[in-house]
Design a protein around this ligand. Structure first.
Ligand SMILES: [Cu+2]
Length: 175
């Protein structure tokens, strides 16, 4: 019994240390969805978006369930929040409009490929923090992203995420 209690105390101390570290990873933004499904063939999918900040960089993860196995779908961070009109989510978030920088390095692309169970997860890290109000959603498209112009076909589903508002602000233990 006393050994069990001692173990709990040790675990609590280990978890507490990273929260105070300078380079802590903090869950800052989070969205569950989809907020809106634009194509009824995808009305059964579920989405989760998480964003973590670490210093000046941001790690964004898109998780989707219920997709057709084996297919790849383009997905991006968009500027607007989701609405019943697919165009409501606006264009792609662009951290820079400098045409000398490849699109994939100034937008946030989260293309996902479904496994045999229809699950898909993609994580990407970008070297910036989102300013509040500049990015409002993650949109899943019908086709893989064209690396030249960033297009990916029709908008299938949209998940609203208030990037940069830091609605979460929780330190992630052990990271
Ligand atoms: Cu898009």
């Amino acid at each position: 019994m006393s050994g069990f209690k001692k173990g709990l105390v040790v675990a609590a101390v280990v978890v507490a240390v990273p929260a105070g570290a300078a380079a802590a990873v903090v869950l800052v933004d989070h969205g569950h969805g989809p907020t809106v499904t634009h194509d009824t063939a995808y009305s059964h999918i579920t989405t989760q978006v998480h964003a973590w900040a670490r210093g000046d960089s941001t790690r964004v993860r898109l998780m989707v369930e219920g997709l057709p196995p084996g297919r790849t779908f383009g997905a991006h961070v968009h500027t607007g929040t989701c609405g019943t009109n697919p165009a409501a989510s606006g264009g792609h978030y662009q951290h820079s409009t400098d045409p000398a920088v490849p699109l994939r390095d100034r937008e946030v692309w989260l293309d996902v490929t479904a496994d045999a169970q229809g699950h898909a997860t993609t994580t990407t890290t970008v070297p910036w923090a989102f300013a509040a109000g500049t990015a409002g959603s993650v949109v899943i498209h019908a086709n893989p992203t064209n690396p030249v112009d960033g297009t990916a076909g029709a908008r299938l589903a949209c998940t609203t995420v208030a990037f940069g508002h830091h609605t979460e602000g929780r330190a992630v233990p052990g990271s």
